[in-house]
Write a protein that binds this ligand. Sequence first.
Ligand code: ADE
Ligand code: ZN
Length: 324
Amino acid sequence: MNDFIAGLPKCELHLHIEGTLEPELKFELARRNGIALPYASVEEMRAAYAFDDLPSFLGVYYEGMGVLRTEPDFYDLAMAYLRKAASQNVRYAEIFFDPQAHTSRGVPFDVVIRGLRRALMDGHAQLGVRAQLIMCFLRDFQAEYAMATLLESLPYKEWIVGVGLDSDEKGNPPVKFAEVYARARQEGYLLTMHCDVDQENSVEHIRQCLDEIGVDRIDHGVNILEDPELVQRVIDKGIGLTCCPISNSIVTDSMKATGIRKLLDLGVRVTINSDDPAYFPGYVQENLQALELSREELLQVQRNAFEITWLPRHVKEGYLAELE
Ligand code: ADE
Ligand code: ZN
């Protein structure tokens, strides 16, 4: 089955580029930028990845990205991911980036986006992996800062396909960003949001995404199973969920595997993705393996994925034809 998965043309729709920063590259960037790291070796650094919920993960994640300072750093980060993606037959990726995690520590927005964009261009030309960027706002910062970031992104609108919302969900519901999302929609961005698994008010957050924000898809969202009426609505509207089984298994007590499979059986457009693979060990291949799905289910997951991509219809159809 692993060979079958390896051979599938794949799609990655839930991947934080900063979450692909492997310890080896972290050391290299630290050396390049003259930054002292509090770990003596790659092994020691990995051993410190001892998180068991979302906030404890986020602490390590934000600390780790402090080594990213210059345009070539962001280029190298994204190229390393795209090489890994190519090795797993990922044909297309929609990649989250967290500009505020960088601007808040003095790295200019244009340094971040120019490095990522250059890598996406080279990744397509050299590795055959197509990719687009989704700009995430950090939900534990003020909505005004998200709005300022949205405005700062406008000169680069052609390089960004949509916006997302991530970071600590507790006390930071979707409606906090209703105005920002309305403006993002006006500017032509597509809309997604994290509804992380087993958070306080998970189901209410999913409802807000659908009713108050009008999202095009939802990141994670597995708790929707607790409300059959919401499940029916995402089925009727064809809204996709970008699920991440290995990440779920670390930030909650269970892999939510049964939930993901149940949603698939019900006809929800479920997809399987890797979230932050340098921290939750496993890229898309390993996440697809983790659920022990049948061949037909795996094909359906990949069909769902290409179907809910934010690509022009004719490009999407080219990928879908490869699955037949
Ligand atoms: N930022 C990076 N990874 C995240 C996750 N899994 N949940 C929320 N915010 C994130
Ligand atoms: Zn995520």
